[in-house]
Write a protein that binds this ligand. Structure first.
Ligand code: SAM
Length: 274
């Protein structure tokens, strides 16, 4: 445990001192219970020697828990109102570096400074999925990702063939990472509570993740197949090559997207590139 952190005022007091109220437009729902933020830090399995990128530190509850592990944290916050509060935290804890800006625009390779870095975030709901796609398909590969999503998005990430939530997101995530849902968090744990429950998902990039080019093909195939998920593949994939593409991938043209597993989609993407 790091001493300066234990001397900090409670999070609610920090918010009140700085006159900060949650803003809906920034997807702000804060975790002020250190038992929950410490559990997320444990699930992230980070510690001394690790570099963590945290998106959206807000009042800094999760940031404090991450710093307690001994990790160095680079935190990217879009809402400038949090600057004084977060600078107080970085003032007592030099292991925290602050970046004020939009996480959708930042260059993670530059922030990671050539080292592996772990992403940990209680994500703003409004940009959670675009951020995830950026981290999984962009030029920078995180060492691991421990991310809080609304429950419905967590379901879509870990779903398998035949599940209602199975779709493009599951295929892209599971092609690039081993994905596990590791914690459910009820809406009442947040201040203010959102309308829906949340869940933490832990993703570990696969050593055999597809190349950028293969991922592009996978995105095209899954967009077409799940764009018309109730139709047979021979109809939904007509524009990409129809029956000949599907049979070359060893699949049944009469099958529907929701029944095709990851390996099947990867073969379709291969055929599309071929
Ligand atoms: N980590 C804090 C916690 O757990 O209490 C706050 C989490 S809150 C759900 C999401 C945070 O992300 C807010 O602080 C919000 O201002 C910030 N945020 C929203 N959009 C952002 C973006 N595009 N880039 C960086 N931060 C963003």
């Amino acid at each position: 445990m790091n001493d300066p952190l234990s001397e900090l005022p409670p999070l609610r007091e920090s918010l009140a001192t700085h006159g900060l109220l949650a803003k809906k437009s920034f997807g702000q729902h804060f975790l002020l219970d250190l038992n929950i933020t410490r559990k997320i830090a444990r699930l992230a399995a980070v510690g001394a020697d690790d570099h963590v990128l945290e998106v959206g530190p807000g009042p800094g509850g999760l940031t404090r828990a991450l710093l307690e592990t001994g990790a160095r944290v680079t935190a990217v916050e879009k809402d400038e109102r949090f600057r004084p509060l977060l600078e107080e935290l970085s003032g007592v804890c030099p292991a925290l570096a602050l970046v004020f800006g939009d996480a959708l625009q930042v260059n993670e390779t530059a922030l990671a400074q050539g080292e592996p870095a772990h992403l940990v975030s209680n994500l703003p709901y409004n940009v959670g999925t675009p951020l995830l796609i950026k981290w999984l398909t962009g030029p920078w590969t995180p060492a691991s990702l421990t991310l809080m999503f609304q429950k419905e998005v967590a379901d879509r990430i870990v779903a398998g063939p035949g599940d209602d939530a199975y779709g493009r997101l599951a295929v892209i995530v599971q092609a690039t990472c081993h994905a596990q849902r590791v914690m459910d968090v009820p809406a009442r744990a947040f201040t203010p509570p959102p309308k829906v429950d949340s869940a933490v998902v832990r993703l570990v990039p696969r050593p055999d993740r597809p190349s950028a080019e293969a991922l592009k093909s996978l995105e095209r195939v899954t967009a077409a197949a799940f764009g018309q998920r109730r139709k047979m593949l021979r109809s939904s994939l007509k524009v990409l090559g129809g029956e000949s593409l599907i049979t070359a991938a060893g699949l049944d043209p009469q099958a529907r997207a929701e029944t095709i597993d990851l390996a099947g989609f990867l073969r379709l993407a291969d055929q599309l590139r071929g």
